[in-house]
Design a protein around this ligand. Sequence first.
Ligand code: SDX
Length: 430
Amino acid sequence: MAKDTLSVTDNRTGKTYELPIENGCIRSMDLRQIKSGADDFGLMAYDPAFLNTANCKSAITFIDGDKGILEYRGYPIEQLAEKSNYLEVAYLVMNGELPTKAQYEDFVHVITHHTYVHENVKSFMSGFRYDAHPMAMLASTVAALSAFYPEAKNVKDRQTRRIQMMRLIAKMPTIAAFSYRHTTGLPYVYPENELGYTENFFTMVKQIGDRRFKANKTLVKALDVLFILHADHEQNCSTTSTRVVGSSEVDPYSAVAAGVTALYGPLHGGANEAVLRMLREIGDVKKVPEFIKKVKEGNDTKLMGFGHRVYKNYDPRAKVIKRTCDEVFEVTGRNPLLDIAVELERIALQDEYFIKRKLYPNVDFYSGLIYEAMGFPVDMFPVLFAIPRTVGWVSQWEEMITDNEQKIARPRQIFTGAKKRDYVPVEKRG
Ligand code: SDX
């Protein structure tokens, strides 16, 4: 009768071991009993970049990379993008269920009344150079919030955790907008409580003087959909960074700041910025074949916005974003770079190099075209990723803190350095 176990024979000793299989995994610690001799430390699993390592159990987001499926707490992303809004999805990601009307109204009230930052945060941000990258400003300022809420260190207390989580969700758009205004030399615009979450962000970015800026409803809706699509994505690089840093029981501002800095990288959330720079560099649809050739030569020129560690099919978010492009361009006029992006996709999806490596457009391939059409500068694009991902980071952080199996993250290594040797006085060094 089939058993949920793995029988392993160590050919060094001839011994056989039976390892339990649970949730499609073996426990790495079960390998430690496999020793070549009495003083052997025991077997470890070597997995650089965690390509095949589950570091946690999570109930938040389910992805099926082969089928291109993405669900938040069981709800398909396509349905949430069509029927929900970002704050309702944030409640769902944080709490596991869609809110009742009363729960939703209370959640919105609390978020709305925590959008301000301490005035000293403004002076902190004024120290950045005029041309500072907004992601660098965002990461540093989120970390600085740790100094404003010292009680946040009490990570074991649910009530304290929850208020910090709400503060982070509420203040991220404010700090993001302030970062943008700083780089443009414009005075900061404060949040307005009667505006919705996404409209408020638009106003803090776009308002000039005291003339009430009226954000275009279609653009606000499109950005809200993009926020929904970016809310969480299971154990990606930035979420793993937040979990690992948070495992030392540091406050959530410091842990989320680690997530922001990881997201900043061009292989992760910085890809949407890199895609726009790539499309501008290509410059003309006629130059697409030449660029694809350069990518295939493998001299480290990547087709940015393509490929994914998990999706080996079309990223379901990219499909929704591509549809959203049409709605936005109705208002803003068509972004000519879209033609280059569509031609890149058309060629890549039929080219053996990309097919063999299962490289499809990911969430970052089309999102930048929308952000540019909305008037955001390219270096704000990863910031537009960080705002909605905050609810994913804080929810995954809390799941880690409350998971009895979790403890401080401290991986092992394979030592490849020099063996023990004696100190050599400087006069004897050759
Ligand atoms: C995000 O993890 C998440 O969930 C992330 C994210 C989220 O929501 O949090 O989905 C958001 O980060 C999306 C990804 C955005 N990044 C990019 O678009 C940057 C371009 N993509 C690649 O750098 C790459 O595809 C990654 C980083 C996304 C995934 O890299 P992997 O899984 O480590 O795959 P790999 O680098 O080992 O690539 C396998 C092969 C290699 O070729 P060979 O060595 O086999 O010849 O595919 C090639 C790579 O060179 N390849 C690419 C490519 N991506 C991979 N070749 C050209 N262009 C690309 N974009």
